[in-house]
Ligand binder design. Structure first.
Ligand SMILES: Cc1ncc(COP(=O)(O)O)c(C=O)c1O
Length: 458
């Protein structure tokens, strides 16, 4: 028998209270933090959609495994379990644990990337880009054209533009490209997937030029489930087999276990090249710890190992992708345009389309993010000109490509009624859209200003 309702495939075993605040408390909080939602105390937020990274709920199996964590400095039993689970999914021989994704990136790029080289990716996540640029190399984005247009529908908007990749190789020469990366899912746009056909095409290009291919694998399970849903040849494959096929096509990966590791902290670097792995482990010892724990406690290794097993459960993935799409539908029904189709882990509201009266110099997406908090205690994040606007020497600014508010959904944390509530808050704000006004920045840091800037109503 098949029922229409897709349920949360878990029952709630332990709860954490969230508290309603009054409109007055929220107004005071907004004033105190200079209208920057990063400044809020967690207890001032009712539904926190700031990020899906490290904010998920762990299962009773994960907590139980943590109790059994082996804290041996060297050779921890928990490491060997972790290694076995990672090898089973990825097929990669060398497994190097790290405290989170960016540590894996820093170690990998320190070993493989030299100044003046170029690393192509579908879209570099900001820590990936920063770690590549820190080595003196260039990070280039080659996502397909559809991936850059919010309203455009495409089943695999995260795909790499293979022709653009070939053009870059022809331009700079294969010798200057130490590796190609593909980010699954592509974080920009809320987690747009990459197809197996595309990964195979990228692999073929890399093979022709002798360039290693790495996955930024943070949301590999969500990507694998999108493949099952949208790439007809794989409709009958178990999602674990699809994930294994994705990893079979690469020489290595970086992973933040704070996403599809279903853990609050952790990550790893994995590869087949034993010589590069020795260099990576030597570096790891400098900053992370011994190679059998790499910046994690034994209990973290257990949490991640169990999380990696659980994340491939198809009922979980069905619920996960459906709940993201459901929030997008609620926003659209309220008359708020969203990036289409919704990705795996987040919904992006298009503030530019919703609030045409606010000039881009007055940060329409900041205005929308602030209003969602003011209306109902919902915290999202501005992904627009506050975060990505280009500042010129003369004090003027060029706006970012888009003015979006990202609502990222923590894993297994909120229920459908929480999402319905967020939908109502969005609808209430949309009803008053003509009244919304922009902001000006009154204080800002020289870089990454979005974290600490203070604003005043324009
Ligand atoms: C695609 C992608 N790569 C890398 C990272 C970095 O991982 P971490 O935050 O664990 O350092 C993130 C985190 O959000 C991400 O989304």
């Amino acid at each position: 028998m098949s029922f229409r309702t897709i349920i949360e495939p878990f029952r709630i075993h332990s709860t954490q209270a969230i508290r309603h605040t009054t409109p007055r408390e929220r107004e005071e909080a907004l004033r105190r933090v200079g209208y920057n939602l990063f400044g809020l105390h967690g207890d001032e937020v009712l539904i926190d959609l700031l990020t899906d990274s490290g904010t998920g709920a762990m299962s009773s199996r994960q907590w139980a495994a943590m109790m059994d964590g082996d804290e041996s400095y060297a050779g921890s039993r928990s490491f060997y379990r972790f290694q076995e689970v990672v090898q089973d999914i990825t097929g990669l021989r060398e497994v190097i644990p790290t405290h989170q994704g960016r540590a894996a990136e820093r170690i990998l790029f320190s070993v493989m990337v030299k100044p003046g080289q170029v690393v192509p990716n579908n879209t570099h996540f900001d820590t990936t880009r920063a770690n590549i640029e820190y080595t003196g190399a260039e990070a280039r984005d080659h996502v397909i054209a559809e991936g850059r247009v919010p309203a455009k529908r495409h089943p695999f908007k995260g795909n790499m533009d293979v022709a653009a990749l070939e053009a870059t190789i022809a331009e700079v020469g294969a010798a200057r490209i130490p590796l190609v990366m593909v980010t699954v899912t592509n974080n920009s746009g809320g987690g747009q997937p990459v197809s197996l056909a595309n990964l195979r095409a990228v692999r073929a290009v890399c093979d022709r030029h002798g360039i290693p291919l790495f996955l930024d694998a943070c949301r590999f399970a969500e990507n694998a489930y999108f493949i099952k849903l949208r790439e007809p040849e794989y409709a009958d494959w178990p999602v674990k087999k699809i994930a294994q096929e994705m990893f079979r096509l690469v020489d290595g990966c970086t992973m933040s276990a704070k996403k599809d590791g279903l853990a609050n902290i952790g990550g790893f670097l994995a590869m087949n090249d034993a010589r590069a792995a020795v260099q990576c482990r030597n570096l790891l010892i400098l900053t992370e710890g011994f190679p059998t724990y790499g910046g994690m406690a034994g209990y973290d290794l257990e949490a991640v190992a169990t999380g990696l097993e659980e994340v491939l459960d198809e009922d979980y993935l069905k619920y996960r992708l459906r709940s993201t799409a459901y929030l997008a539908e609620r926003a659209e029904a309220a008359g708020v345009p969203v990036v289409q189709p919704p990705g795996g882990h987040a919904v992006y509201l298009d503030a530019l389309a919703l609030l045409p009266q606010i000039p881009r110099s007055a940060y329409p997406a900041q205005a929308l993010a602030v209003e969602l908090y003011r209306e109902g205690g919902v915290r999202g994040v501005e992904i627009g000109s506050v975060m990505f606007g280009k500042r010129h020497e003369d004090g003027t600014e060029a706006p970012a490509a888009m003015e979006l508010v990202r609502l990222a959904i923590p894993r297994r944390t909120y229920t459908q009624s929480h999402v319905d509530y967020v939908g109502e808050v969005i609808a209430a704000v949309a009803k008053r859209k003509a009244e919304l006004k922009g902001f000006r920045i009154v204080e800002q840091a020289p870089w990454l200003r979005h974290f600490t800037a203070r604003f005043a109503p324009a």
